[in-house]
Design a protein around this ligand. Structure first.
Ligand code: PNW
Length: 488
């Protein structure tokens, strides 16, 4: 196909959703303002040694106090949508609906009202990692108490904001919540355990909580509010290190089954995938454990979880080259998967050690989702690139990244027939990059975190992305004169 070589000219369908994203803990600050409760990230960042430079989100981008400024940035970008998240402990300080913080609720009404007044549609994530500490104290994602609490929280948000919000995302990246939060322990709440089984327990409860929230919306609110609700899954694309070696081909497939498939299978097909069930059971029993470290869904749970999606929310950043490794009888996620990865040295680097620029993998992943999960509408809820080190507002690598990744999404759409319905740039502005702190910057706008005013300054990628948004893709210059040609 000619479209694989170089750039494909063309536009996305009319009504394509152009967005940019943030998350509450990464931008809001105001960590103790107006009755907000403590989250697991408040506690984690205040524990010395957990975050690079001991950075924290106490003030962050101070977005809690900069609503009008941030709306101005979104207007400048000409996006049609904005993906934001609600801080659970800001509206429900102890995590339960027994104690509602109306000041927090009012804040989100002001944000949403300001967006709507600017003709920007909110895409609201219920949970982008800032779990109320009070719920963590009852076991957090390791206890099924959280399933009921999350259902109540979701019900509460739909009742308060559902007249205004037509796009809901239940949970952002269950993979990171489970594996980094309760497996490696590198993210809040920082739990790691041997033998490694807790990440599977956490993932299990995340899936159940998502399904309950989807059902509440479906049963109680959909008819009247007429919105759409789904989950956002993140995934790399894995390519075999040597495409002529069956062992590497199998390793790449296993990487996908253990990453995207871990969560996509129960939600889009029903139950965990067979390779995960078989491999984790066999390895657990061989190590003398009584049962598999991967929990089982009952037949009733499988049915209740299956189909709880209105679209496929996807966060994607990078690709890897996979090959098979035998980790012996070590009992953890990596050993279960039996895969190690490397990067191709021709893929440009970014400010994050896990992120190399490999646009073609985005197209392959979108096609894979179409083929594997029943051709769902795909909403790209995050895609972007970082830098670190000295500030340079001339971020050519970011424009390069967006031009190439968005063009691969266009190829997936026009050439491969993947039903891509929207695209979201991560991130609107430089913010707290979790355990990496403020030094790793994904923003279209630079934020000076050493200045008390937290001023925002557009990087060169702002007009670049805006042109793609305004032109709805890449119209062919040969079709007549237009002002859609970005030049690098
Ligand atoms: C996503 N990793 O997280 C999140 O949804 C964002 O909040 C975050 O800022 C963004 O991607 C950039 O990292 C990830 O270590 C965090 O592989 C870490 C990883 C991947 C995604």
């Amino acid at each position: 196909e000619t479209a694989e070589f170089g750039k494909l000219w063309g536009r996305f369908a009319e009504g394509f959703m152009w967005s940019t994203a943030t998350a509450s803990y990464q931008i809001e600050g105001a960590w103790r303002a107006d009755g907000k409760g403590i989250s697991i990230w408040d506690k984690f960042t205040h524990t010395p040694g957990k975050v690079l430079n001991n950075d924290n989100g106490d003030i962050a981008c101070d977005s809690y106090n900069k609503l009008e400024v941030d709306i101005g940035l979104l207007k400048q970008l000409k996006v049609t949508h904005y993906r934001m998240s609600i801080s659970w402990p800001r509206v429900l300080p102890d995590g339960t609906i027994n104690n509602i913080n109306e000041a927090g609720v009012d804040y989100y009404h002001r944000v949403i009202d300001a967006l709507l007044a600017a003709n920007i549609q909110p895409q609201v994530t219920l949970y982008h990692w800032d779990l109320p500490q009070a719920i963590e104290d009852q076991g957090g994602w390791l206890s099924d108490i959280v399933v009921d609490r999350f259902r109540d929280y979701a019900d509460f948000l739909f009742s308060r904001f559902g007249q205004k919000v037509k796009f809901w995302i239940t949970i952002n990246e269950p993979y990171i919540i489970a594996l980094l939060g309760y497996g490696y322990g590198s993210f809040a709440p920082g739990i790691s355990h041997d033998p490694g089984s807790l990440h599977y327990v956490a993932g299990h409860n995340v899936i159940k909580a998502h399904a309950e929230a989807w059902h509440v919306y479906n049963d109680k609110y959909r008819a009247e509010q007429k919105g759409r609700i789904s989950i956002t899954l993140n995934s790399d694309w894995a390519e075999p290190r040597n495409p002529y070696k069956q062992e590497d081909i199998d390793a790449a497939k296993r990487y996908m089954d253990f990453f995207l498939g871990w969560f996509a299978n129960p939600i889009f097909k029903g139950d965990y995938n067979e390779p995960m069930k078989r491999i984790i059971r066999e390895r657990s029993l061989a190590a003398g454990l009584e049962k598999s470290r991967l929990p089982e869904f009952t037949p009733a749970e499988i049915e209740r979880i299956k189909g709880t999606h209105d679209f496929f929310g996807l966060n994607h950043y990078t690709s890897v080259l996979a090959f098979s490794v035998d980790f012996g009888d070590t009992q953890n996620y990596d050993a279960d998967r039996g895969v190690a990865v490397i990067s191709d040295r021709t893929w440009l680097e970014s400010g994050s050690n896990w992120l190399r620029i490999a646009p073609l993998g985005f197209r392959k992943l979108l096609k894979y989702i179409k083929e594997e999960y029943g051709d769902p509408p795909i909403l790209v809820t995050e895609n972007g690139v970082s830098e670190n080190g000295p500030v340079d507002l001339n971020d050519e690598h970011r424009s390069f990244f967006y031009e190439n990744y968005i063009n691969e999404a266009l190829k997936a759409n026009m050439t491969d027939g993947a039903n891509v319905i929207g695209y979201t740039a991560w991130s609107l502005m430089d913010n707290l990059e979790w355990a990496s702190g403020y030094g790793e910057r994904f923003g279209l706008f630079y934020v000076n975190h050493t200045n008390a005013d937290r001023p925002r300054t557009p990087k060169a990628s702002v007009p670049f992305y805006t042109t793609i948004v305004r032109c709805n893709g890449f119209p062919d210059p040969a079709d007549g004169p237009h002002d859609c040609t970005n030049s690098l």
